[in-house]
Design a protein around this ligand. Structure first.
Ligand code: ADP
Length: 256
C-alpha cells in the first residue's frame, strides 16, 4: 500500500479499515489471476485437441473410417468447449443481473430442462421420475432454470454403469419456500469431497469433461435468491441435492 504523503495534506497512518480493504483487493486480484489461468487452460485443451485431429484428418493416408472417428472426436472437443463457455456465461449472468420474480409453473420448467438435456446429451437408458403435482410460484426464472439444469445434467452425467440409471425430481411449497430435490442412483460422492464440489472449478476426477463450474454456479444462484443447498450422498449409492428457495409474493421485474 502506498503511504506517501500527498502534497498539502498532513501525514496519516492508514486506518485498519484501509489495510483490510487493501488485503481484500489483493486477494481478489489473486483470484482473478487464477481465474484467467484456469479459463485459458480449459479453452486451450479442447482447442489443441482439435488442431491435432485436424492434422490427422488432412493426412493423405487417412481412410474414410478413420476420418469418421476423427470427426467424432472433434465433435466431442467442440461440445466440451461450448459447455465450458456456456457455464461462463451463466456465471457472469448470475453475478450481474438483479433478482427478479415472475409466475412460474415449476413442473413445466423441469420438463423443459429434461427435454433440452435429452436432446443435447442423448440420455438413452436413463429413467426419469418427475413429481406429478402442478405447482405455481413466484421466483426468478433464469436462476431457477440454471439451478435445475446443472443439477439434472449432473444427475444424468454421473449415473452409474452398474445400476439402471434413475433421476427423480420432486418439488413442493413449504413454509413460504420452494423445496426441490434432485435425486440419482449414480456414482455418488465421497464424504471428503462433499464440501469441495461447490468450489469454483473443482472436479472430483480430472477424467470428467465438465468445467467444474456447475455446482459453483448453482450455489451462487441459490445464495442470490436467499436460499440454501444441501447434499446427501454416498459413494456408489447415489446423491440427493436439496434446494430451498424463499418465495416471492408477486412478480418483480429486473432493471438490467
Ligand atoms: P462438472 O462440470 O465437473 O460436472 P460441477 O461443479 O457440476 O462440475 O461438479 C463438480 C464435481 O462434483 C464433478 O466433477 C463431479 O465429480 C461431482 N458431482 C456433481 N454432481 C454429481 C452427482 N450427481 N453425482 C456424482 N458426482 C457429482
Amino acid at each position: 500500500m502506498t503511504t506517501e504523503r500527498t502534497k498539502g495534506q498532513p501525514w496519516q497512518e492508514p486506518t485498519n479499515h484501509l489495510l483490510e480493504e487493501n488485503e481484500k483487493l489483493k486477494a481478489t486480484v489473486k483470484e482473478l489471476e487464477q481465474f484467467v489461468h484456469i479459463v485459458a487452460h480449459d479453452v486451450k485443451a479442447p482447442l489443441s485437441s482439435l488442431f491435432g485431429l485436424l492434422k490427422l484428418a488432412k493426412h493423405p493416408e487417412t481412410t474414410p473410417d478413420l476420418l469418421d472417428q476423427y470427426l467424432d472426436l472433434m465433435n466431442q472437443s467442440i461440445v466440451q468447449m461450448d459447455t465450458f463457455l456456456q457455464d461462463l456465461i451463466h456465471y457472469s449472468r448470475n453475478l450481474r443481473s438483479e433478482v427478479s420474480s415472475m409466475e412460474i409453473n415449476v413442473r413445466e420448467v423441469v420438463e423443459d430442462v429434461f427435454q433440452n438435456l435429452n436432446y443435447m446429451m442423448g440420455n438413452d437408458g436413463v429413467n426419469f421420475d418427475i413429481a406429478e403435482n402442478s405447482l405455481s410460484v413466484y421466483t426468478d426464472y433464469m436462476r431457477l432454470k440454471m439451478i435445475l439444469n446443472n443439477l439434472i445434467s449432473n444427475a444424468i452425467y454421473y449415473s452409474s454403469e452398474a445400476d439402471k440409471p434413475l433421476v427423480s425430481v420432486d418439488f413442493y411449497r413449504e413454509n413460504g419456500h420452494l423445496n426441490i430435490t434432485v435425486k440419482d442412483n449414480g456414482i455418488g460422492i465421497d464424504e471428503k469431497h462433499q464440501e469441495e464440489i461447490f468450489e469454483m472449478f473443482y472436479r472430483v476426477s480430472s477424467a470428467g469433461k465438465g468445467s467444474g463450474l456447475g455446482l459453483y454456479i448453482v450455489k451462487e444462484a441459490v445464495e442470490k435468491l436467499g436460499g440454501e443447498i444441501n447434499l446427501d450422498s454416498e459413494l456408489g449409492k447415489g446423491s440427493t441435492f436439496e434446494v430451498l428457495i424463499p418465495l416471492k409474493e408477486k412478480a418483480v421485474s429486473k432493471k438490467e
